[in-house]
Design a binder for this molecule. Sequence first.
Ligand SMILES: *Cc1c(COP(=O)(O)O)cnc(C)c1O
Length: 434
Amino acid sequence: MANNDIIAMDKRHAWHPYASVTDPLPVYEAQSASDVRIRLADGTELIDGMASWWCAVHGYNHPDLNRAATEQLGAMSHVMFGGMTHSPAAGLCARLAELTPGDLNRVFLCDSGSVSVEVAMKMAMQYMAARGDPDRCRFLTVRRGYHGDTFHAMSVCDPVNGMHSLFSGSLPRQFFAPEPGIAYDGEWDDTDIAELAETLRANRDEICAVILEPVVQGAGGMRFYHPTYLRRLRELCDEQGVLLIFDEIATGFGRSGEFWGADHAGVAPDIMCVGKAITGGYMTLGATIATDHVAETICSADPGLFMHGPTFMGNPLACAVANAALDLLEQDPWRPRVKALEEQMRQEFAPCAELDHVTDVRVLGAIGVVELDRPVVMAEIQKQFVERGVWVRPFGRLVYVMPPYVMQPDDLSRLTAAIREVVERDDDIRQDAP
Ligand SMILES: *Cc1c(COP(=O)(O)O)cnc(C)c1O
């Protein structure tokens, strides 16, 4: 089919993420992808700065991941997980238990990041109900968070940035504390968590858990905060008998320079959500991992089981690819790779900080952010990047990259140079001043 037919069909019938169907932004037709490059239908090759929303950490079309998928396809692509198990799923659960800190030993496989957040929140509510505290069913979180687009996940997203005010009538009302204010490498001060501590103490009888993204707040603003925040938060939750949930969907599997965001602080949550990079970007999969204590408490009381079970739970194809992706993380020196990306991005993004309309440049692990003073004009800035042979998709005032870990220095240089060039054009890539 010709390229314009596909674009025309898409324009007529497809609905894109957070997009209008009546006033659509341009879309580009991807035809294939390998290593760190996405090839468009017109032959353009783009160096991928997004890893397809944090996921494709090993690059595209990886021979090991391809082999895992095709071998599993030959055995069985799916069987129900009710009453059955298989080596891809059981193996993955054991592995995640091994990789996660503390007593996080019980793994609930599910469909996506958002669903893993829903599952975590249901676990926290069932845990309190099992302990005879069914009224402790609300959550405390920090502003500027992002936890997904399903209903309970939306309820703990930033109430302003989250764009969910439309649904506020049907969203459960949660408790919000200010976002962590001290930067990752700033000087810690206990006042940063004082208001959260106060809200927690004052409302502990209604709160079952605190949920947040450890160290990196992703889609809510790409902010990196001080790890001591998490140590204090762990102490506060223990003191108040409240569960702690870490949403590691974006931070997990090395992205921030440590295997887990939690590792920056050396603390373990009671429940952890993972997703995104778990299959190396091949397909959707999430997991919610609970401590033995949480899991056993839930099952110790009526109805004696956890009330959730997606149709495609434990999908063998997804689990097989996830196991192969974890093999790669084990064999491949991801840590020095991420470190090298971090150092190179620090150097190469530094000149952006001198531009008048750039308000901040920050890098942590394989995440680089150039923050502008005004929101970008998406159609224009996207075109500018594609013309320079790179794939970068900003949001709001944030031009950011999280490249595949396997990106080589010369490709990363082309990516950062393109960003510098495009961001320097302050005339047409930013929205007008209000
Ligand atoms: C992407 C993301 C989610 C949602 O995951 P989906 O797979 O898109 O449902 C939740 N939490 C965080 C921190 C994320 O980055």
